[in-house]
Write a protein that binds this ligand. Structure first.
Ligand code: CTP
Length: 405
């Protein structure tokens, strides 16, 4: 199937060991029908030869900003105008820094400045470099401008270390691209999402919470925004930046989350509850720090409102999607939640041992609705979020045909 037929992809390759994967990326883009032109930085040519990419793409590779023959028929302005998408894979720390600061000292960075095509970047570097504050500052700048960051993935690195910094595999990159090139799945829709944990105060310095990182909810908010929707994200305390374009409201406790959801739900078409809401809170939050005077201490807990069930029970309830985090009997428990909370779709994820979804970069989901069960296999949370967005959109449109015609 030629999913990328008619699409012009400018593939930028920068200096890094992962450049060898760009050959496969180029071939697979072509196999899906894309027209590919390759631009390599000088550093990239130390890792893979332009001849390989020329043979695969069927076109000369561009490297020189001031090539005498005007870039073999296309100069940087023509290339910038030609591209439907700019995809830089791998993107080195150096190139990311240049792009963040608008430098245009080689052909690739000049094309990025000269093009208004959406830019996708697949970083690849040593994990310590990736986590460096300067690098993260540059990533922040790019994200704030709407650049799509694909990865990096976590795992063994060529430098011998293990951690975040590997380039995403070519197939994952292509899936992102394909999903991004079919926009508008949720155009004009208003989506409300909850994400992250909640914090239930015991005293001014202590509280009850859980291991949710918020990554899945934030990735989903970003993917739904990319599908054309207006997204409001109500988030518990997390260490994540708001996804580009998403309106984020920060709250702390389950009660605050419930109040904020109820104040915003009337305008939404779809409500997605990804938050790991604390089911109970201390009956009393004491005003001063509790001293360890007694040998034992009992905490009385009271139930928090079930936000998802409350939304689903509304008279004009939006299309409701829940998550079920389960350590055992996943299908059974998730199906029970679908029925008892009377929601439209539930996404169940297993949490146990090293398969834990918490704070992991990847995840898998089992989707259950009234029509049956399907599975989204393990992949990065960003890609999973795009796949889930598609599933939600299809189900929403199936059940709301009149409004969309
Ligand atoms: N949820 C919610 N409000 C709550 C508890 C849960 O909105 N007070 C939502 C979650 O965001 C999720 C779904 O309900 O979408 C299921 O959450 P989960 O914690 O798996 O289940 P619970 O309903 O809390 O049941 P249990 O803890 O017994 O498994």
């Amino acid at each position: 199937m030629k999913e990328l037929a008619g699409k012009n992809i400018l593939l930028g390759i920068t200096g890094g060991v992962a450049a060898y994967k760009s050959a496969v990326l180029c071939r697979d883009l072509m196999r899906r029908g894309a027209e590919v032109r390759v631009v390599m930085t000088e550093a990239a040519t130390h890792f893979i030869t332009p001849l390989t990419l020329q043979a695969l793409s069927g076109h000369p590779v561009h490297s020189e900003l001031f090539a005498a023959e005007a870039g073999h028929g296309m100069d940087h302005i023509e290339l910038a105008r030609w591209a439907d998408r700019l995809l830089i894979a791998p993107a080195s720390a150096q190139t990311i820094a240049k792009l963040a600061h608008g430098e245009a000292d080689n052909l690739l960075t000049t094309i990025v400045l000269a093009s208004d095509a959406p830019l996708l970047i697949a970083p690849a570097m040593n994990n310590v470099m990736w986590e460096d504050a300067a690098m993260q500052g540059n990533v922040d700048l790019l994200l704030a401008r709407g650049v799509t960051m694909l990865g990096p993935a976590s795992g063994d690195q060529a430098c011998g270390e293990d951690g975040l910094g590997r380039m995403l595999e070519p197939l994952e990159i292509i899936e992102h691209l394909q999903l991004q090139l079919q926009p508008g799945l949720l155009a004009g829709k208003n989506i409300l999402i909850t994400a992250g944990p909640t914090w239930e105060a015991i005293d001014p310095v202590r509280g009850l919470s859980n291991r949710s990182s918020g990554k899945m909810g934030y990735a989903l908010a970003g993917a739904i925004y990319d599908a054309g929707a207006s997204v409001r994200l109500i988030s518990g305390p997390v260490h994540l930046r708001s996804p580009h374009g998403v309106d984020c409201i920060n709250i702390t406790s389950a009660q605050e989350m419930a109040d904020t959801v109820m104040a915003n739900v009337s305008i939404c078409d779809i409500f997605v509850a990804v938050a790991a809401v604390a089911d109970y809170r201390p009956a009393n939050c004491v005003k001063q720090k509790i001293k360890k005077n007694a040998e034992t201490l009992s905490l009385e807990l009271v139930r928090n409102p079930d936000i998802l069930a409350m939304v689903a029970a509304l008279e004009n309830a939006p299309f409701t999607v829940g998550f079920a985090v389960e350590t055992e009997n996943i299908i059974e428990y998730a199906t029970q939640k679908l029925t008892t909370k009377r929601i439209d779709l539930i996404a169940a994820n297993p949490v146990s041992g090293d398969n834990s979804a918490f704070d992991s970069e990847s995840n898998e989901l089992t989707l259950i609705d009234r029509n049956g069960i399907s599975h989204l296999s393990r992949c990065s949370k960003t890609l999973l979020a795009q796949k889930l967005t598609k599933e939600i959109a299809h189900r929403y449109h199936e059940t709301h045909p009149a409004k969309d015609s």
